[in-house]
Design a protein around this ligand. Sequence first.
Ligand code: NAD
Length: 472
Amino acid sequence: MTADLSFFDQVNQNFDRAAALTAHPPGLLEQIKSVNSVIHFTFPLIRDDGSLKVIHAWRAEHSHHKLPTKGGIRYAANVTEDEVMALAALMTYKCAIVNVPFGGAKGGVRISAHEYSVGELERITRRFTFELNKKNFIGPGLDVPAPDFATSGREMAWIADTYMTLNPHDIDALGCVTAKPVGQGGIRGRIEATGRGVYFGLREACTIVEDMRALGLNPGLEGKTVVVQGLGNVGYHAAKFMQENGGAVIVGIVEYEGSISKPSGIDIESLMAHRRETGSILGFPGARDLPNRDDGLEIECDILIPAALENAITMDNAPRIKAKIIAEAANGPISSDASQHLFQRGVLILPDAFINAGGVTVSYFEWLKNLQHVRFGRMEKRFVESSSRMLLSAIESSTNRIFSDLEIAEIAKGPGEIDLVNSGLEETMIEAYHEIREIKKTRGEDVDLRTASMITAIDKVAVSYRELGVFP
Ligand code: NAD
């Protein structure tokens, strides 16, 4: 049973499946697959009650074929070195798939974040950054963390502040971490970027008539039924955009505390308000609480979006999954064997390394902004506005068509940072989807999108290594 394989073994199994379909020499494939550096360190934390706790932390840099390396930091009670290596490897492949010029990395701190006070979390985060700095595992040209499970802009601001304190002469120091709050060198649109990317990827996949026909579905997102697992940053935003922009109907939610279903549709904002008030998604008016936590994954629906943690779907529940499309918003939510089983049943799986790449894409934009020391749109916004107004007025005088103030405001709007970020993200997701779909088409029926995306990633990383002169 491949579900018994470790997470890293499963990522490598997917790699091997794809690698076998390439013509790269074994040594080069071995180099691409290997984790270039991994550190495990411990440090003491004096807790608020005066006791001492030893904290275990990891950072894996999977591939130095491009620098900096990039990847989130997760705070979780069960984080392991294997998991961090697996996630770092996924980051390498993800960056290659969406043409973001970074190697992959990932960090983990073994704590259950909700058991620590804000002050304790700040001390842990700053000390973690200090250790990374001491070991050359952080820096705008070396390794650039971001948030992941149980970390957010708050932790990123602490990391940036600690790094800048330790490197006062580094003019690019703000680029040492991404997903910072906007006032601390962050970029507009980063918080919701992964969820928005999931929406763009799904929307694109659902526009392709022949693929939808093969699934027995109509093209488009409008009216499609959706179940989301995990209403955190990624899951909440994915659900929100699917509902508000795509017109999809959210028929089920799976959270830590349980599952709910409501075939007529769950209003996500109302559910979030209910959860804030009661501390749970259960008991939401009009919805049914399901007997077991994971039952929601098995609800009849068109699209399932697992957006919590890895291995949500294994051979234990895969045969009962009814969704026709699964968008892997989380990293590694489907075990390798369950993925093969679902593929053979005709389920369209949009793999994690593609579908959740919106976060790293916008992180790349943030890093560029930090290095450029200028906000996107600042130089051209007014120029674009005035030249568009001149063009409109030339059209008015040559056609006698008079534009309303509203039309002028809409057409002649110079792009601000958020417009450029969202449009760059949209373009990235659309382009990447067609790239991996084309590879799948050329490789035939037996190749799923995961294998196709891995082939794309391997080919691109192989080109980098060859360009570096590492391989002939
Ligand atoms: P988060 O901490 O904001 O949210 C995770 C959510 O999952 C929480 O609401 C939590 O209560 C819920 N959850 C935990 N255990 C669960 C369980 N057993 N069943 C159902 N729900 C459960 O984390 P996030 O940033 O949204 O990340 C979620 C996943 O997406 C992770 O796999 C992460 O690696 C991946 N990811 C995140 C980003 C990003 O930009 N944040 C980018 C790419 C991938």
